[in-house]
Design a protein around this ligand. Sequence first.
Ligand code: UCC
Ligand code: FAD
Length: 585
Amino acid sequence: VVSASDFPFARAKLGSFVQDAPQIGNQYLEDTLLQTYLKRYIPKQMLSEIEDDLTRFGNRVATEMYDLSLQCEKEQPYLEKYTGWGKQIDKLVTGPAWKRMHDISAEEGLIAISYERQYGEYSRLYGLVKNYLNCPSSGLYSCPLAMTDGAAKIIESLKDVSPWLMERTYPRLTSKDPVLFWTSGQWMTEKKGGSDVANGTETVAVEQTDGTYKLYGYKWFSSATDADITFTLARVVDKHGHTVQGTKGLSLFYLEVREEDGSLNNIDIVRLKNKLGTRQLPTAELLLDGSTAYKVSDEGRGVPAISNMLTLTRIHNSIAATSTMRRIVNLARDYSTRRTAFGNILKNYPLHIQTLSRMEVEARGALILCLENMRLLGKDDVTMATEDEQNLLRLLVPLSKLYSGKQALAVSTEGLESFGGQGYIEDTGLPAMLRDAQVLSIWEGTTNILSLDVLRAIEKSRGQVLFSLHKDIENRLKPISNPKLSSSVSKVITGYKDTLQFINDNANKQDVLQIAARDIAYSLCRIYTGALLIDHAASNLGSSLDVYTANRWCEKDLSLVSTNSSHGHYDSETRKSDFDLVFSS
Ligand code: UCC
Ligand code: FAD
């Protein structure tokens, strides 16, 4: 006889089944490509010291810090604008987990390691790899860290012009002591323009008798508003009350957000932004109403001076995109060993594993390019980079930022689907990964703006950046004799030739280059990533899975310009049809 207690819902209304949540393990030890890349490049003795720290940290980010990052999402920042009695206080309140991230970042040397230079040209690689491990468990504290890194780099670059910053601020930005550690903001965007900073900046700077300036303006987006200092752009007002418009009127200013007594430096925090994602991070609109600031660039050289910061923050953006992919793939892989459907665990369905494997290829492609940027920056930091390496860095930073931002979105979307309905449920912590990833292709320069930056780099160097890329691809691919890689090698070489040919053929046609800018950038990125993956697969440490990864990557259309130009996608007829299509309804 069947009794009621034989049915699961008879005993308890919820039933007895509880799905295991996905788990992450040591994030350094779970990253094969990262480990082999470091082995290839960092001298053995040095690596053994660094690896001890990375292994320890790989565990910390998977445990204590992962929990803190989930807490950051729950304890979102808010603004107390007035007291109950009507006094304006503009108090930005952040939660305990966010504050803890500040202290951990200092203690772990997330900025300091790169600037201590204990490991010479490899210090940067070590420091940024720690940021890569940290990022998906940082509760978006990675954002102020990126800007702090950029600020330290600017201060180094200005050491002859503004040596006092090296004494006053640099030691704090690069400190391992949480009490001393300062973070920086980066206030560029105003209401009229975030991409077009040159025409969008209305903030003015009025010189004072003591040589300082008072800034008046409205900063439309300022992230990590709890920062201690910031760099920002403004136009100096001359003695007739005039300013110079356009990029030539912009100068770079340094300001400290608070006075010694903790009050704001004549800054109103007007409101916090109500954002799709990055909700852990306070992003505010700020009114500068006579804020004391110091001019730290030559007059009219604000954009070139802040571009040092952009280089760093864009590298951090690629790190965020790449580590987001790594994290979601790691979670999805683990889940595939815990979830059963149709009587079998997910990992036993080749179709499900194929989906994860395609995500894995994207994550590895993005990582190898990111690591290459870190390595080149490390050489540049200690003035060991050759001219070719400097050219490569100039080109690869926007490429990596723009392409990885898009990859992170695609992989996060696919990643959420691999958890089924649970991927859509906020309590799991998973949807925030997709919401947060959406910003990666917007801030620090949108995809189109960075594609145009790639053209800027090509034009400004009169094509030298492309020759350096060509040389590097040849050096990597020429010695390769593994027949399993030969088809990928020829795809990369053909793709590169086609892309170069297209750029050469259209060198004097600005209209064509502009409309093809995104396709040129995607092509260069796919081709160079292919070259890096092949080179890694063919190295002493390359495995058969590295060969498989490289071949899978190179199966895609590497040169988009050759495909699209043969279909006439860049001629004037097409431009008109694009316009008509968009505006026809
Ligand atoms: O979004 C922001 C913060 C978000 C939070 C941080 C997150 C970090 C990641 C964390 C992960 C979790 S801050 C706002 C970011 N804003 C942007 O990225 C602006 C986007 N717009 C651009 O990039 C534009 O291309 C501009 C503003 C750079 C264009 O400026 P101009 O003045 O119109 O352009 P020009 O005239 O072409 O360039 C002026 C000078 C030139 O040098 P000279 O005068 O010597 O010929 C350029 O070569 O600036 C130089 N320049 C550069 N140099 C311009 N861009 C660069 C560059 N990228 N590198 C070197
Ligand atoms: P627009 O310039 O108006 O761009 C709109 C669209 O037009 C984009 O798709 C763009 O690609 C396209 N476009 C523009 N010009 C061209 C062109 N010439 N050719 C082709 N396409 C073009 N800024 C700061 O300074 N500091 C911060 O701390 C900061 N934090 C932020 C935090 C968040 C969460 C967000 C979302 C933004 C933040 N920003 C910050 C602002 C961010 O950098 C800008 O929003 C971004 O640079 C884009 O500028 P915009 O909003 O003016 O877009």
